[in-house]
Write a protein that binds this ligand. Sequence first.
Ligand SMILES: Cc1ncc(COP(=O)(O)O)c(C=O)c1O
Length: 354
Amino acid sequence: MYVNPDIKKTVRVFPEEGRRAYLRYDMNENSEGLPLDFVEAVKREITPEFLATYPEPSAFTQKYADYMGMKPEQVLATNGSDMAIRYLFETFGEKGKDVVTVAPSFEMYWVNCNILGYHHVPVPYEPDMTMKVENILAAIGEDTRIVVLLNPNNPMGNVYTREEAEAVVQRARDVGALVIIDEAYHYFYEKSFLDLVKKYDNVAVLRTFSKLFSIAACRLGVVIGSEAIIRYTKNAKLTFDVNSIALLFGERLLEHPEIEKTLIAQEQEGKDYILSELKARGYEVRDCKGNYIFIKTRRDPHALAEELAQEKHVLVKTYGKGMLRDIMRVSVGSRAAMERFLEAFLPLDIAEEK
Ligand SMILES: Cc1ncc(COP(=O)(O)O)c(C=O)c1O
């Protein structure tokens, strides 16, 4: 039987299952979720007739466009931003040609390169965890079809100045390449590059409802771009990819902007709290600009993560290789969520008070 050779050689590692039984600080979700009364009210709208009807994304798209100050023709809802990445790659990438990303970054960018037979050009960080934008610019050439910037980057948490982002967009435009600006984590770092969509015709911004908006289970992402980018990307999409429950939750969240504000304030408070608690105990920490931090643990982070899972039912993210081998990434949440984390973490690490 024929198997697509690019897919055959792609190596995948899927997230562990059974995570609901744990305190989850490993995948940058909101570990506590949305207010229960809001969820219950939305659930009451899910009737047998609602479930029997195919999804209709326009009401959500219109609300999202209004919320972003865009036209509905500039917005496309997708089955998580994961699916948005695939659609943009299929639409604007070319087999054998280059996709430029920084490294390390969100793994689905290189996974999609492998699946589609694109050539991944990783731009490495400096040993001090900074990124030189001139290295990104130098990696963009005639063969580049797509450049990816994460603002802020996951996992490194670095951000770009407007001048840096525009230099990348202009260089990409010179060679006819699309720039994907993935803003999964912009809520925690209010400097968005959404306005570049209005200024340049080769920019697509990605947003997700899985992180701050706390509905990772529903799978809802959004692409924002020029009308032409959205028109072409729609040609690549499945007819009914975003489900009605995701669209309903998305709409109701947009109708309640106070929820977004409260969640941002809560997560910021939790982040400030955990950073100051750890610093007070002499820990080296990195304030990644998303809803996650790095901790340089005193013990080996891999063994510690294992013990946290086994003994305390707490999940965190560690890295098997590369410059992040010695750190632990912890997703932040409310102050209460951070207190629960520290209660589990501190006694297990060698946490001598200074
Ligand atoms: C930078 C970035 N982009 C996109 C995603 C995918 O999010 P989703 O498919 O849940 O919308 C993630 C998830 O961790 C991410 O970190």
